[in-house]
Design a protein around this ligand. Sequence first.
Ligand code: AMP
Length: 274
Amino acid sequence: MRLILLGPPGAGKGTQAQHLVAKHGIVQLSTGDMLRAAVAAGTSVGLRAKGIMDRGELVPDEVVVAIIADRIGQNDAKRGFVLDGFPRTVPQAEALDRLLAERGLKLDGVIQLKVDEGILLKRIETRVAEMTARGEKLRADDNPDVLMGRLAAYRAQTAPLAGYYARKGMLKSVDGMAPIGDVTAAIDRLLSPAGPVKAKLTIKPATKPTRRKAKSAKAKGRAKKPRSKASARRAPSRRSKGRKSGRKARRAGRSKNKSGQVKSRTRRRLTKAR
Ligand code: AMP
């Protein structure tokens, strides 16, 4: 199994990588650890990288790509690996694609740990305070100022990798803010052969559709288009308007008695007969 863990510094990539190592019998390849080892050993790479790392900037692509090219060729990486902190730029990702293709290898997935940067900063400040209280040695770049620079480098240079791998259909994301065990479980589910458990589909019980009685052709012809209440209020229909005005005209033309009242129908008939 060959995986990449993606996420800003402090997102928990190292912790999750260790779990994957134990579960899948693969090796963790952390470029940060390798560079720190090079700095400690005083190698030429270490000497070149030290100042850059202390400032929270990124070591040049060709340096880390050379380290990884050498490391994935070693025996213990044959069963697979989880890359932690590499690639960190799009050119590094492209170089990795080439390295794997040359060896006939392929990636199984890229897991992104999604985190809230504000909370992340607090987490790291707490971790630094706790380590200091215990008298433990801090990493040179483990202070809030340098961390701000590392986060800025992540946003500018590493975050675009999510899009790079998403376009290849390889990106899988988990909530990195969840408790460690939950993040581990979420990653395991993503990597399980069955894939992530799909949300259960709620299927509505089938109800018999109510059938309308088919109208006869005659009834259909008679059917009037109902007028909406609003339009009925606005204006009387043309037909009822005509009916009303005709009635009015007829009433006006009727003969009236002395007091000006319209004569009853019988009286009108009698007057006519006379
Ligand atoms: P990390 O332990 O992964 O946070 O890395 C510590 C430091 O090592 C980073 O802040 C960088 O200066 C350097 N580094 C690690 N990995 C890379 C990489 N893939 N590309 C460039 N610089 C790196």
